[in-house]
Write a protein that binds this ligand. Sequence first.
Ligand SMILES: [Zn+2]
Length: 120
Amino acid sequence: MTATAAIAGYPRWREVLEARWRDRLSEVTELSLAFHDAAAAAPDRMLAQPESGLRRLMDEAISARKALADTDEALARLAAGRFGRCEQCAAAIPPGSLHRQPEERYCPRCADDGALAVTP
Ligand SMILES: [Zn+2]
């Protein structure tokens, strides 16, 4: 038993987040490599076409990087002892929300707040 194990759920959340981080990292790697391969083979003008597979690959790679960054930040909050607390009001985020989305950073009340409702 380490001192950090005293924080409820700490060891499990770290495992969950690290597993997600690894999954997201390989997704970023695969999408980025696929994009660069496709981009190297395609003419420049294809990048500007919204319907092209190249554009879709680029968008997917960007989303995957954002998701990886979200998990990274959740791991940083865990290390800092702020995981599971709302970043806006410091209220506890319900376990159900964290199970659905371990990267959740706001409690339901703040997440419903118009100012924060900018999730893509
Ligand atoms: Zn809140």
